[in-house]
Design a protein around this ligand. Structure first.
Ligand code: AMP
Length: 116
């Protein structure tokens, strides 16, 4: 929404704050989580901040939701062994802190993950 302040992820898209970016196209950006919970912990983020959570994304733009999942799979294959956990925290009590929809891609030994 244009009348809301840019989210922290929109600021990464705009290169206003740094991130370790591993993938980008016109619709999606992916970068390493600043506080990794697994050996590989990426965030796959639609560039639009129109959708606050995965339910909104799936209802409002299912094609973009599908692309997020596809990118997650490709990145897990590129950066780990292709096996991964995909986590969407939805709501404060579920642990969501950034209300710009994003997928956590966790791979490479997840026993210690606090997202388990
Ligand atoms: P969630 O708690 O599901 O909303 O996930 C937000 C995630 O964003 C957390 O795992 C944070 O560690 C991560 N995060 C916050 N700021 C940054 C940043 N500047 N660069 C990379 N990851 C970030």
């Amino acid at each position: 929404m244009s009348d809301t302040a840019p989210s922290i992820f929109s600021r990464i898209v705009a290169r206003e704050i740094p991130a370790d970016i591993v993938f980008e196209n016109d619709r999606i950006i992916a970068f390493r989580d600043i506080a990794p919970q697994a050996p590989l912990h990426l965030l796959v983020v639609p560039k639009t901040q129109e959708f606050a959570n995965v339910t909104e994304l799936a209802a409002g733009n299912p094609e973009l939701m599908t692309e997020v999942v596809a990118v997650a799979g490709h990145l897990a294959a590129e950066h780990a062994n292709g096996e991964y956990r995909l986590v969407f925290n939805s709501g404060v009590t579920a642990g969501q802190t950034v209300f710009h929809v994003h997928a956590h891609v966790l791979a490479g030994g997840l026993a210690e993950s606090s997202l388990a």
